[in-house]
Design a protein around this ligand. Structure first.
Ligand code: SF4
Length: 466
């Protein structure tokens, strides 16, 4: 949660209030900063109290202001909801996280990890599949940490959810930081190859420099991130990877930034969410020495240019792809002043597809599409088949047996601690290398001082004699 999101939140809140409507604030912002001036005279619902929104609304209609921020149990997953897109269910797995990133405010708002029991998640998945949903998005601050607090794991949960899906359903896995998912790297590759999971992963790296990662307390080293990407790229055909990068974190030198550029050049990520460092009040990073804003802007422009300089979907031209269609997008009017509609879907590796021949009966379905154009941001295609597109889905045990369970695949924490130790030692060496210089300077000062005193004394004696 970075400051621009808070600003957008406050703008929306104030706009609603100025229109004379009832405004109820919920989520991370009021939870982490309940004393914000903009929240005055406004009802507030905390992260774990969302299940009581109806009560708060009733009070607000009567003109009362309610503040519900005390932490309660997680709200039930089966609460009634109106989906923004009726074909997509957003399935939260947990709240909070196990990280302690120095730039982040979410941790303060959401606290430590609290996971839903797998049974509750699976039951919800079963329910929404019956309701006709096509896609299920498994989300949390860091899906890789799912279940650590209750002795469960994310891959285990994925297998369980897969077992209740219908053949046309597909799962989208949410964002995961490198440290915990590394421990399941091999099993994750097997899952991402499953016909009902998009072969796509969002792994925020934030920087290409180990020194900056240490300042951010990200709990992995860049070699861990590389290892994860290399393994997935090698073992999940056509996988697409997204990442986040913060430009200008305190202490980031030109050399550090160069490492970030090199990382993007190396992996040519399909999506990169670039942000400029913003010190969120109350975070550890807010107390660190900021880099000049002009430099931060320059770096983010350079990174954006680099990202926009390459394309990743060209190889998909003229191929046939399975596409899960979930919405209609209405573009601006064309020259003849007609609205242009297109069906929007995603390929198995979660590349956005535009299909100009709109057929409302195909929304929520999986179809076969021939790709006719590609661009940096999406691809364009024509529907070539609507029946028998889905291959036979075998029982979960069939896909699972490809994964021979080994013990933990790879652990990041130890290497991060080693990095911290190495940087600490380096600091000590630098300080002790500086020490002789400081001592030398001090000696010189003392000698100069004694010299000056002697000269003054000599001059005084000569004066007395004369
Ligand atoms: S992992 Fe780090 S960035 Fe993500 S929510 Fe936790 S503290 Fe914030």
């Amino acid at each position: 949660m970075k400051n621009p999101s808070q600003e957008a939140f406050i703008t929306l809140l104030n706009r609603t209030k100025s229109q004379g409507k009832i405004a109820i604030a919920a989520g991370c912002v009021p939870q982490s900063e309940p004393t914000l001036k903009d929240l005055e005279n406004c009802s507030v619902v905390g992260i774990t109290n969302i299940g009581r929104i109806a009560e708060v609304l009733e009070e607000a209609i009567k003109g009362n202001t309610v503040q519900l921020l005390e932490r309660e149990e997680l709200p039930k997953l089966a609460l009634p909801k109106i989906r923004r897109n009726k074909w997509i269910e957003i399935l939260p797995l947990s709240t909070g996280c196990l990280g302690q990133c120095t730039f982040c405010k979410t941790r303060q708002a959401r606290g430590t990890l609290i996971s839903y029991e797998p049974e509750e998640i699976v039951n919800r998945a079963k329910q929404v599949v019956e309701e006709g949903v096509t896609e299920l998005w498994m989300t949390s601050e860091d899906v890789g940490t799912y279940g650590r607090d209750i002795g469960k794991s994310f891959p285990e949960l994925c297998w369980q959810v897969l077992s209740v899906l219908k053949p046309h359903n597909i799962l989208k896995l949410g964002m995961t930081n490198p440290p915990y998912i590394l421990e399941h790297m091999k099993e994750m590759a097997v899952l991402l190859n499953h016909p009902q999971i998009y072969s796509h992963l969002h792994i925020p790296v934030q920087t290409g420099s180990n020194k900056v990662l240490e300042g951010m307390v990200r709990e992995y080293v860049i070699e861990d991130f590389n290892k994860l990407c290399d393994y997935l790229l090698e073992n999940v055909p056509d996988i697409t990877l997204a990442t986040d990068i913060i430009c200008g974190f305190p202490g980031e030198t030109e050399e550090d930034f160069e490492m970030t550029l090199n990382l993007v050049k190396k992996y040519h990520f399909d999506s990169v969410y670039i942000s400029q460092f913003y010190p969120r009040p109350g975070t550890v990073a807010a107390a660190m020495k900021k880099i000049d804003t002009k430099i931060v802007k320059k770096r983010s422009t350079e990174l954006t240019k680099l990202f926009e300089s390459y394309t990743t979907y060209d190889k998909m031209l003229n191929t046939e792809q399975k596409v899960w269609i979930t919405s209609i997008e209405v573009n601006k009017k064309n020259i003849e002043n007609e609205k242009q509609e297109a069906m929007i879907g995603h390929t198995k590796n979660y590349v956005k597809v535009l299909i100009r021949q709109v057929d409302y009966n195909l929304i929520g379905k999986c179809v076969k599409v021939k790709i006719t154009e590609t661009s940096k941001w999406h691809i364009i295609g024509k529907v070539i088949a609507t029946d028998n597109v889905i291959e036979e889905i075998l029982p979960v045990a069939h896909y699972k047996k490809e994964f021979q369970k080994t013990e933990v695949n790879y652990r990041a924490k130890e290497r991060f601690d080693k990095l911290k130790e190495e940087l600490k030692q380096k600091d000590k060496v630098n300080q002790s290398e500086d020490k002789p210089d400081i001592e030398k300077k001090n000696y010189t000062r003392i000698i100069l001082l004694i010299g000056a005193v002697l000269i003054v004394l000599g001059a005084f004696l000569i004066y007395m004699k004369t």
